[in-house]
Write a protein that binds this ligand. Structure first.
Ligand code: TAP
Length: 455
């Protein structure tokens, strides 16, 4: 039996050893999910809603336990981990309203009428990355269950603990066996099997663009439904007319949140040239005051990276001759620490500027005017997130419409809410999660003609 030992990223000490599911075990889990499908879709909408609300309530009473697991197993600061566990509760609660609202249409046609039904697609394979193990699990799981699908979820190999506990809570809340299964294991084994198995009718994948491309190709072989949430290289665009103090004070949190291991990280800061010096001075103070350290402390704002290998990867973007403008602090000693790092000026072909770093490294680039800001922001294969700072409402709207990205914030770095749609343009993804329409993505529209002609 193959196992994976989860290390505490802040101490490098083992937290738990988890058995990895084999190919045979994956097939068995998929078979159980397929067998549970007919009964789950037949559960009366109000009863399915009640089960999801019970599940949400049970998560609520376990927020502290789940947060503790995420601190130990993923190195997330406790404040963030509590928010993440609370997000699972809130997402379940939000989508518990959906089973009773999967409303079709009635379309008048000559000689009768057509009605449409939202039929659940069947078994959903949910493949989750390591950076936000709880929220991203819930974004796929909750609307899929609400739509009447059964779900087999594969957490990332490195961060299975909270997903496994949430899987247990689902059973305790009364969800029938096989409706929601969490299957820890390798992407190349469990994840790939979910893609290849004909009984899995839809894949929801969040992860790197590279793996997403191969999953898309795998799904194409069976014309399998697919949602992709992939990488990002988002721009934080700061115009001279904005509240520069506020833009600089929040810029660290727009990119160093979760130690930069965030698909929405605004890892390219673009600043209007006339205020770049002033911005850099304000930004330096803001970066210096980011509290980096023991994730178990409530005052900690940034924890360690997920692993030694990932820290090496992040460090590769900052070679000895890198243009480091300034850095924040990081503990020494055990743990996969990396300090918040600001690079400027950078060449526009520098890897740190063009590739997703997925760590606490940000570049600062000046621009002359609005047209140049938009051109630079769009000069990337990605399009997930971004921010615009300006006091000119017209400009805010013009630039927001011109930037090719799925989620933007104006005078804020917050753009993810479970009740609004989330997803990427270009190579950042395909389809949308969250928002009121998310359950529809787990259904097929069936169109039925009913004749009213007299016999
Ligand atoms: P990946 O290496 O792509 O892994 C993501 C998931 O896919 C993991 O569970 C992984 O399993 C699994 N996987 C790997 N190879 C697979 C295969 N051949 N078939 C099926 N599944 C496979 O990404 P990551 O490093 O965990 O996450 C970081 C990336 O995710 C970044 O690019 C980030 O931007 C992106 N991300 C995007 C979003 C959104 S919402 N757009 C949110 C978070 C993260 P293992 O754990 O076993 O490798």
């Amino acid at each position: 039996m193959s196992t994976f030992t989860v290390l505490n990223p802040a101490t490098e000490e083992p937290v738990a050893t988890v058995a990895q599911a084999s190919l045979e075990e994956t097939d068995e889990a998929i078979a159980r999910a397929a067998a549970a499908s007919a009964a789950w879709r037949a559960v009366a909408p109000g009863d399915r809603a009640r089960l999801l609300r019970s599940f949400a309530a049970l998560v609520d009473t376990h927020v502290e336990e789940l947060a503790g697991l995420e601190v130990a197993g993923s190195g997330h600061p406790i404040g963030a981990a509590r928010w993440e566990a609370g997000q699972v509760r809130d997402v379940l609660q939000y989508y518990s309203a959906a089973p009773e609202r999967l409303i079709g249409k009635q379309i008048p046609v000559p000689g009768g009428l057509n009605v449409t039904f939202h039929e659940p697609v069947g078994v959903v394979g949910l493949i989750v990355p390591w950076n936000f193990p709880m929220p991203i699990l819930s974004w796929g799981m909750a609307p899929a269950l609400a739509a009447g699908c059964t779900v087999v979820a594969k957490p990332a190999e490195a961060t299975p603990l909270t997903a496994m506990r949430i899987g247990q809570l689902a059973l305790e809340a009364g969800l029938p066996e096989g409706v929601f299964t969490v299957l820890p294991g390798k992407g190349s084994v469990v994840g790939q099997r979910l893609v290849d198995h004909p009984s899995v009718r839809k894949i929801v994948f969040t992860g790197s663009t590279e793996v997403g491309q191969s999953i898309m190709a795998g799904c194409a072989r069976q014309v399998k439904r697919l949602t992709l949430e992939l990488g990002g290289k988002s721009a934080n665009i700061i115009f001279a007319d904005c509240d520069l103090e506020r833009a600089a004070a929040t810029a660290p949190y727009a990119v160093f949140d979760n130690a930069g291991q965030d698909c929405c990280a605004r890892s390219r800061i673009l600043v209007q040239a006339s205020v770049v010096d002033k911005f850099m001075s304000l930004f330096e103070s803001a970066v210096a005051s980011v509290s980096v350290g023991d994730p178990a402390l409530a005052s900690t704002e940034m924890g360690p990276l997920i692993s030694a290998a990932h820290r090496d990867h992040v460090a590769s973007f900052v070679p000895p001759d890198a243009p480091v403008a300034f850095r924040g602090s990081a503990p020494s000693g055990p743990g996969f620490w990396y300090p918040p790092t600001v690079l400027a000026p950078v060449r526009l072909d520098d890897r740190a500027y063009t590739e997703e770093v997925f760590g606490p490294v940000v570049t600062v680039t000046p621009f002359a005017d609005e047209a140049e800001a938009v051109a630079i922001a769009n000069d990337t294969p990605y399009g997930l997130s971004g921010s615009i700072w300006t006091s000119d409402v017209g400009r805010a709207i013009r630039v927001a419409r011109a930037v090719e990205t799925g989620n933007l914030s104006v005078n804020s770095h917050s753009s993810v809410r479970y009740w609004t749609p989330f997803g990427g343009f270009k190579q950042s993804g395909l389809g949308r999660e969250l928002g009121p329409d998310a359950p529809d993505a787990f259904t097929e529209t069936k169109n039925v003609f009913i004749s009213t002609t007299e016999a």
